[in-house]
Design a protein. Structure first.
Length: 133
């Protein structure tokens, strides 16, 4: 089972009923996670970010994505809602099986982070050849 967390500094967050109900104001890092026999593939939306704005850490079966804050911009007064862009954040996933972090591949392209984490050799399915006598 895949589990994850999203952390971001939230002063007095427990007093905000919308936050307690699960609404994140658009700040949650949206991701897709797929599994094959060979690897896990994670795609995350990182609009306006470059490769140097994203940090990925793998520790055993936990993958952590960190977004560094973009340069501070002065919001124009005509914004009614501003959810895109400048926030920093962190999201962690506990994957069902161990991965081989040394063979991981990550690329940021067109506002999407594509991360491929091969499963550790010890947890990949093995085919055993049966012979007869």
């Amino acid at each position: 089972m895949l589990t994850y967390t999203w952390r971001r500094p939230r002063p007095m967050a427990w007093t905000n009923a919308a936050w307690l109900a699960g609404y994140s104001g658009g700040s949650r890092l949206p991701v897709d996670v797929r599994e094959s026999d060979e690897a896990y593939e994670i795609t995350a939306a990182v609009p306006g970010r470059q490769a140097e704005d994203v940090e990925i850490q793998v520790l055993e079966d936990v993958v952590t994505l960190r977004l560094r804050p973009l340069a501070e911009e002065t919001p124009e007064p005509d914004y009614l809602v501003k959810e895109i862009g400048e926030r920093e954040g962190e999201r962690s996933f506990r994957l069902p099986l161990a991965v081989d972090a040394a063979k991981a591949e990550a690329v940021v392209e067109n506002g999407l982070l594509h991360l491929r984490l091969p499963k550790a050799e010890t947890v990949r399915p093995k085919t055993i050849t049966v012979t007869g006598k």
